[in-house]
Every structure is written in structure tokens, then in C-alpha cells.
Design a protein around this ligand. Structure first.
Ligand SMILES: Cc1cc2nc3c(=O)[nH]c(=O)nc-3n(C[C@H](O)[C@H](O)[C@H](O)COP(=O)(O)OP(=O)(O)OC[C@H]3O[C@@H](n4cnc5c(N)ncnc54)[C@H](O)[C@@H]3O)c2cc1C
Ligand code: FES
Length: 275
């Protein structure tokens, strides 16, 4: 059991709901590093889902999770209130991001991936990197964490698909322009698979090392079930224990896209049963 300290709705428009949960989890708060995640169960008869640790307050023993309501478990999380409990939480899981002074780093985030890039942007800047962050959302209303990411970056670019805020277009449009102008040492990206796949395609042409955090489907998240397998550089990897970060140019993106759709029909059925 883990106590909910607070829940805050960040976005609730156009069928998109994103919330922030502060959870009492002192052991996880003490050990968590950027890039790591937890696996949690909202209730006893439920599935475990992975969520990135966005912040960890070691002194107060609190971790922050930011999630988009995608299906059953995340919609249960969206109903929690201060004083409620999660049935279980385990972490920190996965390898931490490699943080060092690379030099000039571009960080790209899309959708709820903006929550996942925040701890990495902060740590990269603290390590002395020049951090250029490019963030994107479908429209202005669902863009999150702009101020926090601005503070965590040396410079920030914002795109919206529909042009409702800042620049109209995709994060990869800005990425291409920046790479055309000067040399960068690392690109780090988290977001929807089509975005990360496109980032990989763009940066490959410029020979820039690129790291992505994959959102492969996970069940146990401890390397036992094989559900999160991905092919990287022709080798079989388990995203939960070997990742979740991998070298973007080596990922078999088509296989990942196909595997992430496997349970879509069944999940819709379960969601209806629980309504
Ligand atoms: C390492 C890791 C870290 C993650 N961190 C975050 C985070 O910080 N915030 C956040 O909002 N989400 C994060 N995700 C995605 C999150 O785990 C899924 O959105 C969640 O499992 C959906 O569960 P559900 O029961 O609500 O929806 P389901 O009904 O299980 O799924 C609804 C739909 O969501 C999509 N989905 C399901 N599982 C995943 C998945 N693992 N990744 C992407 N899409 C999925 C599918 O299209 C599915 O049809 C992360 C995933 C991984 C692997
Ligand atoms: S989720 Fe089971 S092996 Fe990774």
C-alpha cells in the first residue's frame, strides 16, 4: 500500500485527461534516478502499469507521477484523492539515464512524454550541458509543464500540431532546423512511438547519438514475463530490465508498433465491463 498525498488535474479537455499524483513512497524517493519508473496497481484486482518517476522528494519521502488517462488503470488513478491508497507500488525500476557532460544536448518530448523528459532535462543541465528542449502537443490546451521545462533548459521551443500556440508543426521540424545549423552531441526523446521513430529517422541522417525511452507494454516489469520484448540491434531485449532507454537507431520500430497494439481490443472490452 502507498498513500496518495495529493492528486491534481493538469488537463481535462477534448477527451484528454492528465493528472499529477504525489505518492508517499520513501524508499523509492530515496533511490530514484532520472529515467527510472515504478510499476503500480491501483486496486487489488487490477493490472500493474509502469509510470515514470517525474520527481522524488527524498526529505518528504514523496514521488510524483504524471499520467494521461489511456484506459482502465489510468482512469482509476484519475479518481484518487488525498488519503486514498494504491494497492501496490514497486520501484525504482529500469536503468537510469546516463547523465554526464555530453556538451550540447537536444531533448525532445511529445504529449505526456513532457513529464518523462523533465527529470532528464534538469539532470542534464545540472551536469553542465547546454540543453535545448523541444516540446510538442496536439494543441495548446493539452500542453503541460512548459514553465518547468523552460526552467530546466538553456532554451525551449514549443510546437503545436494545429498552430494554436507558438509554432505550428511537429517537434521534428524544429529538430531538423537545429541540426542543419550546428552540431549537437546527443539527442534524447520521449513521446508517442511515431514521434520517437521520426526523431530516430531525422538524427540518423546527421549521425547524432540518439536515446529514446520506449513505452513497450509491460506486465510484471521485472524481467519475468517477456511481454515487453523489443528487438534492438538485432538482439532480443526486455524493455523493463534492459531499458527502458535504448539507442534509437537500433530499435525495430515496426515490431514495437505492432506489439503495442496486441491487447487494444481486449482492453476496450475490459473498460466497458468496469463502467
Ligand atoms: C517505462 C514506461 C514508463 C511510462 N511512463 C508513463 C508516464 O509517466 N505517464 C503516462 O501517462 N504513461 C506512461 N507510460 C504508459 C502507461 O504505462 C500506459 O498509458 C498505461 O499502462 C495504460 O494503462 P491503462 O490500463 O490505463 O490503459 P490500457 O487500457 O491498458 O491501454 C489503453 C491504451 O493505452 C495504450 N497503452 C497501453 N499500455 C501502454 C504503454 N505501456 N505505453 C503506451 N501506451 C500504452 C494502448 O494504446 C492501449 O490501447 C509508461 C510506459 C512505460 C513502459
Ligand atoms: S514486463 Fe515482463 S519481462 Fe518486462
Amino acid at each position: 500500500m502507498a498513500k496518495i498525498i495529493s492528486y491534481k488535474s493538469l488537463v481535462n479537455v477534448h477527451n484528454t485527461a492528465i493528472g499529477r499524483l504525489d505518492v508517499g513512497a520513501a524508499d523509492i524517493a530515496r533511490k530514484a534516478k532520472p529515467g527510472q519508473f515504478v510499476a503500480l496497481m491501483a486496486r487489488e484486482n487490477g493490472e500493474r502499469i509502469p509510470l515514470t518517476i517525474v520527481e522524488n522528494d527524498e526529505a518528504r519521502g514523496i514521488i510524483t507521477l504524471i499520467f494521461q488517462e489511456a484506459g482502465l488503470t489510468t482512469s482509476l488513478l484519475g479518481k484518487l484523492k488525498s488519503g486514498d491508497s494504491l494497492y501496490s507500488i514497486v520501484g525504482p525500476l529500469g536503468h537510469a539515464t546516463e547523465i554526464k557532460n555530453f556538451g550540447k544536448v537536444i531533448i525532445v518530448g511529445g504529449g505526456v512524454g513532457l513529464a518523462e523528459i523533465l527529470p532528464v532535462a534538469r539532470a542534464m543541465k545540472d551536469a553542465g550541458n547546454h540543453v535545448t528542449t523541444i516540446i510538442g502537443a496536439r494543441n495548446k490546451d493539452i500542453l503541460i509543464l512548459e514553465e518547468e521545462l523552460k526552467a530546466a533548459s538553456s532554451e525551449l521551443y514549443v510546437t503545436t500540431d494545429d498552430g494554436s500556440y507558438k509554432r505550428k508543426g511537429f517537434t521534428t521540424d524544429v529538430l531538423t532546423e537545429l541540426l542543419n545549423k550546428e552540431k549537437y552531441d546527443l539527442v534524447y526523446a520521449v513521446g508517442p512511438i511515431p514521434m520517437m521513430k521520426r526523431v530516430a529517422l531525422v538524427t540518423k541522417g546527421y549521425g547524432v547519438k540518439t536515446i529514446v525511452s520506449l513505452n513497450a507494454l509491460m506486465v510484471d516489469a521485472t524481467g519475468m514475463c517477456g511481454c515487453c520484448r523489443v528487438t534492438v540491434g538485432g538482439e532480443l531485449k526486455f524493455s523493463c530490465v534492459d531499458g527502458p532507454e535504448f539507442e534509437a537507431h537500433a530499435v525495430d520500430w515496426e515490431e514495437l508498433e505492432k506489439r503495442n497494439r496486441i491487447y487494444a481490443g481486449k482492453e476496450k472490452h475490459i473498460c466497458k465491463l468496469n463502467q
